[in-house]
Design a binder for this molecule. Sequence first.
Ligand code: FMN
Length: 331
Amino acid sequence: MIETRFTRMMGIARPIVQGGLAHLAYAGLAAAVSNAGGLGQITVASFPDREALREEIRLCKSLTDKPFSLNFALGMRPLNDLLDLALEEGVRCVSFTAGNPEAMIRQIKNSGLENDVKILVLVAGVRAALKAESLGAHTVIAVGYEGGGHLGRDDIGSLVLIPRILDAVKIPVLASGGIGDARGYAAALALGAEGIEMGTRFVATQECIAHPNYKQALVAAQETHTAVIERSIGKPARVLQGEWASKVAALEAAIPPPTIDELLPLIAGARNKRAALEGQLDEGFVWAGQVAGLIHDVPTVQELLDRFTSGAEEIITGLAAKLTAGPVNRD
Ligand SMILES: Cc1cc2nc3c(=O)[nH]c(=O)nc-3n(C[C@H](O)[C@H](O)[C@H](O)COP(=O)(O)O)c2cc1C
């Protein structure tokens, strides 16, 4: 058993969180992760309206009696009414990313549910982590530069970012970005993280609704097959390399740089969906982290979490066995 402050706080068996996955994380995946002992999440950004989200929350509750979370990507459209709806429907864990969570956290406090709702905040730097802690977050998720999807602007890799954030805050820190197998999980725990969050690895599972072409592209990809786009608009994000991503990169490299209106048709959500859900990989883009190089199959979520748990336990036990009682005999 790998037990941490995070598992105790959340009442879950395994400190493994499925990251918010825009257009890919619905009740089926979230419930599968929660049923396997981790923490599944439904991504609010994927829902056009309140009623669709309400139905999805109810569906998730019918699929699992374990805790699950709702992921809110801030800064795109006002999400206050959807947060109210989530609380009304009994959701007791939320995560915030891509923006200042202050107003959303205040809303939770004002709802009178402050003591019942666990708040996770994704951060990519020490300052944001300290701010999240001061606002009342219960856990920060430190996302390193290796990760898939939107990243911090400072390009700090997980191996440096996680201990830096651990040194700065007292609340539990989860490691995210670049974790794709039990070795990464054990390494995150060795750094002092109290669990992990993964995005790309969960895309390549049976329960994720990503198109099989996307999953196979992740299996085929090496760690060198990702690229960072959207840097020209201050929102760096990691995608799988491909024709469409090259088109975006070429436009962003132009002098003068493109305006947002010129770039938007190439990076719109519809282009992401075309590739991720319809499998037309040359007609859009898909998010992916460097960890694609470590993905070799498409297991069920249960298999994946079992594998992570037994693998990490074996590594940790093996490390302990490497300790010697006295001076090393080099003969
Ligand atoms: C396909 C995809 C979609 C993502 N969408 C979101 C999102 O909507 N909200 C969010 O908080 N993070 C999102 N992320 C980031 C992940 O939750 C996670 O932090 C990141 O993938 C971790 O790095 P990894 O890919 O190396 O595991 C996304 C990542 C991927 C790969």
